[in-house]
Design a protein around this ligand. Structure first.
Ligand code: 4AZ
Length: 413
């Protein structure tokens, strides 16, 4: 009995074989899955390089030394593509993007982000060295392009910064800011204010707006006093209203729930259009400041718009720009300025002596300021003012930081 009991408890050889086979299968499957996971876990890796482009053989317009930035950007991107597609790293190279072109005395500096995908076996520094070697060697002998480039520096970037820069780049423009020596309402250069939009009702320009994503605009609530029916509205982009660079239908108009005309508080609206725009040098989004951001009185900001050049005048076909100064509440709330009409969520910008100001048709458009990295932020929305360009009556703007959370709650941005 004891013996037979022992036998019934111990495993028969075929059972052991079966169990082993089962175990092996499980191990194999786990390994396979793990491998798959690691393989798909190849993360995008971002590297930032600065290259110097000198000896520009770019054709210049009418003898003026104007770099054709659009061409230069494309050429630089092609150059980097060519270098890596034809290299030992070709399998790992994904793409590159010129994020900034800065003119210097003897050429142009290009900031380029390069994206690679590597198996996670070797340390980052090794890869950085490889990329550096290929880039610095090949960049010198590129005969196919009319530019003479050299590598200045190369650094690995954190993937969060890289992703943000490549995918969500905001407030960057393709052309440098030409500082106007004369502070006039100048006609804006092409690509200078790529977030500027024109809101049109039945194809007639009514208001300005600012592009904050590929489908969302920020504008003023009072633009929709006449009609908030999206079917009557379109948006156009580009530096002229006619011809427009691009035009879209409006699908949603969200006016601040607490806006009550003729009161001027809550003069903000977000507008969604479709289909989405493709970003280019001429159409880009502006950054929204953090709610906590502060823009100092007396600092410089720029207004742009298709609005009238004088009170009672007509809207313009060509986009204009003017440089303004932010005015403190203390100054703007003085009795001879606007007194108690300046409420929460508003601020003044311009000059007490007048002249440079927003006017009818500029409403809803951007008041933009750049930070020390040349990134542009939407700080104000053209809202109201007593007349245009009058002494002691500067323009009044909706304070974007005050409504930052409201914008996020409607657009997710
Ligand atoms: C308007 O009528 C308007 N000077 C906009 C801005 C200013 C005045 C009027 C500021 O839309």
């Amino acid at each position: 009995a004891v013996e037979s009991g022992n036998q019934s408890r111990s495993l028969k050889p075929w059972m052991i074989v079966l169990l082993l086979a089962l175990l092996l299968t499980v191990v194999a499957v786990v390994f396979g899955l793990l491998n798959q996971f690691i393989a798909s876990g190849h993360k995008m890796e971002y590297f930032h390089s600065t290259i110097k482009i000198s000896d520009l053989r770019v054709s210049s317009n009418s003898g003026q030394n104007t770099y054709q930035f659009k061409d230069l950007r494309e050429m630089s991107e092609n150059l980097v593509d060519e270098i890596f597609i034809d290299s030992a790293l070709s399998k790992h190279y994904i793409k590159n993007q010129v994020v900034r072109l800065t003119p210097e005395e003897d050429g142009v500096k290009a900031d380029i982000i390069m994206v690679f995908q590597f198996p996670s076996t070797e340390p980052r520094e090794v890869r950085e060295k490889k990329i550096h070697r290929i880039l610095s060697q090949k960049i010198r002998n590129t005969r196919s392009l009319p530019i003479n480039a050299s590598l200045v520096e190369l650094n690995a970037m954190s993937s969060s910064t890289g992703k943000l820069t490549v995918q969500a780049c905001c407030g960057k423009r393709a052309v440098p800011l030409i500082v106007n020596r004369i502070m006039s309402e100048d006609i804006a250069a092409k690509s200078a204010w790529p977030w500027q939009a024109s809101l049109q009702r039945n194809n007639i320009h009514q208001c300005g707006a600012s592009l904050i994503s590929s489908t969302w605009l920020v504008t003023a609530a009072h633009c929709f006093k006449s009609s908030a029916n999206p079917r009557q509205w379109t948006v156009s982009f580009g530096t002229t209203i006619n011809p427009p660079l691009m035009k879209r239908n409006i699908k949603r108009i969200i006016v601040h729930e607490r806006y009550r005309s003729p009161a001027k508080e809550y003069d903000i609206a977000v507008v969604q259009f479709s289909p989405k725009v493709t970003f280019s040098d001429d159409i880009r989004r502006i950054c929204l400041p953090e709610a906590s951001a502060v823009f100092r009185p007396n600092s410089t900001a720029y207004i742009t718009g298709f609005g009238a050049l004088y009170y009672g005048g007509e809207s313009q076909n060509e986009l204009r720009e003017a440089r303004l100064k932010i005015i403190s509440d203390d100054v703007c709330k003085q009795r001879h300025v606007y007194g108690n009409d300046i409420k929460f969520g508003m601020f003044c910008a311009g000059y007490l002596e007048g002249i440079y100001d927003a006017c009818r048709g500029d409403s809803g458009g951007p008041l933009a300021a750049k930070d020390h990295k040349d990134t542009w932020y939407l700080i104000g929305i053209v809202s109201w003012g007593d007349n245009c360009g009058q002494k002691n009556k500067p323009g009044v703007y909706t304070k974007v930081t005050y409504y930052r959370k409201w914008i996020a709650s409607k657009t997710g941005l």
